[in-house]
Design a protein around this ligand. Structure first.
Ligand code: AMP
Length: 292
């Protein structure tokens, strides 16, 4: 596995790979890699000739009171994991390399962001699409792999590539979980032992919502109430949201007759945890929302 730190080298290498006719798969991350990231790399390895993984903690997508400075970082460990999962290139640019001078323009996401995490994380998705637009160009990628753990991000990135005619294909990958259901996340290290126990109830609350739909309850208000009640009774964290929206449009609906996202966010003392499931009108999990 080759480590790349400069934009110039990344561009040259990806251009040469394309010239040879190989396909490029790309896994963008913020590092502190875990099995969730590894799942993306593994699928990428199977589906494309060349695998590029990037690690970049992108300051543009963090709000002033968010955890940019204390976001967990461990380059050595990440290198070993990326190598073990057979990445070909690990792109590790610095902030100065990615943003050498004040930007002359910004990308403003105007849809799919007034709900879920976008409501409280002002400007977050503008930062996400800005860095991804750069990374898609630099890596020349044919397919980019994203975790459905961050389903709103998947919906927004899909809008980016559709609206701006990027040729990269967005490939969503199901959420990888701990044995008790907690979605794997670099931020789980912030949880106290008690919070870690409570955190498994996020997924359990989603399963309760799913079961209601399987039992024929199609009214979103009823399901949301039950999920909220469960979270209130089983965690001491403060509930940021419980929402059911169409996917990937992320519009409010009152009756479930189509694929939807059921999503929750709970604030614990040092970590804000999110989780979601994508389900169809019968409560069956949708694993690839962009398949025909
Ligand atoms: P991050 O490093 O948190 O920005 O995540 C990089 C990529 O890994 C994103 O596409 C995430 O959605 C994905 N990811 C993070 N956690 C998981 C997980 N538990 N299962 C699947 N994908 C994940």
């Amino acid at each position: 596995m080759k480590i790349i730190r400069s934009i110039k080298e990344m561009k040259e290498i990806s251009t040469n790979i394309k010239a040879k006719g190989d396909t490029i798969g790309f896994v963008p991350t913020m590092g502190y890699l875990h099995e969730g990231h590894a799942a993306l790399i593994d699928v990428c390895r199977k589906e494309t000739d060349i695998v590029i993984v990037s690690i970049f903690v992108n300051p543009l997508q963090f709000g002033p009171n968010e955890d940019f400075d204390r976001y967990p970082r461990d380059e050595e460990r990440d290198r070993r994991i990326a190598e073990r999962h057979r990445a070909d290139y690990l792109f590790l640019p610095t902030v100065e390399e990615m943003y050498p001078e004040k930007a002359s323009l910004s990308i403003n996401v105007v849809d799919r962001t007034d709900v879920l995490c976008g409501r409280t994380r002002q400007g977050h998705f503008d930062g996400v699409v800005t860095v991804l637009a750069k990374l898609f160009h630099l890596t020349n990628s044919d397919v980019a792999y994203f975790g459905l753990k961050d389903a709103q991000q998947v919906a927004v990135v899909k809008a980016l590539v559709d609206d701006l005619n990027f040729s990269v294909k967005i490939r969503p990958i199901p959420t990888v979980r701990e044995a008790d259901g907690l979605a794997k996340s670099s931020r789980n290290v912030y949880l106290s032992p008690e919070e870690r126990m409570e955190a498994s109830h996020l997924y359990k609350s989603l399963q309760i919502g799913q079961q209601l739909l399987i039992d024929g309850v199609k009214n979103t208000g009823i399901i949301i109430n039950e999920v909220r009640k469960y979270l209130k009774n089983h965690t001491n964290g403060s509930i940021d949201y419980v929402e059911i929206l169409s996917f990937p449009e992320l519009k409010e609906i009152s009756t479930i007759n189509q694929p939807v996202i059921l999503a929750v966010a709970v604030n614990f003392a040092k970590a804000r945890l999110i989780d979601n499931i994508l389900i169809n009108g019968h409560g069956v999990i949708v694993s690839d929302p962009f398949q025909s």
